[in-house]
Write a protein that binds this ligand. Sequence first.
Ligand code: OGA
Ligand code: NI
Length: 344
Amino acid sequence: MATTSKPLLLSDMVASGEMNQVPSKYIHPITERPNYQNVVPDSIPVIDLQNLNGPNRSQVLDEIRRACSDNGFFQVKNHGIPESIIANMMQMAREFFNLPLQERLKMYSDDPTKANRLSTSYNVRTEKISHWRDYLGLHCYPLQDYIHQWPTNPESFRDIAAEYCRSVRVLALQLVEAISESLGLDKDYISAQLGSHAQVMALNYYPPCPQPDLTYGLPGHTDGYVLTLLLQDEVSGLQLLKDGQWVAVDPVPNAFVINIGDQIQVISNDKYKSAMHRAVVNSEKERISIPTFYCPSPDAVIGPAPQLVTDDEPAVYRQFTFEEYNRTIWTGGLHECLDAFHAT
Ligand code: OGA
Ligand code: NI
């Protein structure tokens, strides 16, 4: 366990004193700040999954296809995950971040190779500018390989988070099938490319920020995985880039925000877009979000689906193992990693 007089976590730095200014290491250059005046309130499609497994499946697939080719973002409702499971998970996350410092620090590590850990910003070992976020990263599949490393405080943490992960995985698999089918591929095609599969979750905690126009919870990035299923509390903060314009994705109770990750952009040979998004902070309220990242296993070999490669549309990417990609995500920092994987 780490003991130091310098706060390791942002939340404790914020709590420890009257902070009315953002420390300089969080300040972005003037041209790269959130610029809230230019953010538009808009909406992203809300897709009702009620009919995904019925006679109207093809209509739902059409909606998914449109959202994935437009900007890779949609929300889902009637997704089959009970409200109680969602509420318990959010409540548990809030309780965790409100635990006394000494309790939380038992999970602290700044080593990105450690699967289950509490940390701050993104990668404090390599980044030049810090982000206004603490987060608990957890590996969730196969559950029995990781659950013994999860927090035991709050007492029901493991039970509640495990139930949540299992239900989200069912939804993720349904979406992976639907996305595969919507690309004209066999519904099992993408799933079969993911090796033995993996699932990772982050509990993001964004404390109130005295100068939210100078920094980010997370600056613009794409998610490097297959699919992200994001649960957010009732505080706004997620924004996505749509036609060159930042759009606020305001919370819809009990809905999940789904975004396409880099691996689907590769498999689809650029037909689907890995969604560019960011999280902004505010001066009033803490914000919690819980993204689940559905992932390939490290040994999985990812590349454009041969069926989507033609003379007119040659392969945009080379093949790589997910292990190689994942290394780039964590060493390169938050930016678009796909560039390094273009076909020559
Ligand atoms: C992420 C992310 C957005 C949010 O964790 O990758 O983009 O709203 N989070 O917290
Ligand atoms: Ni993200």
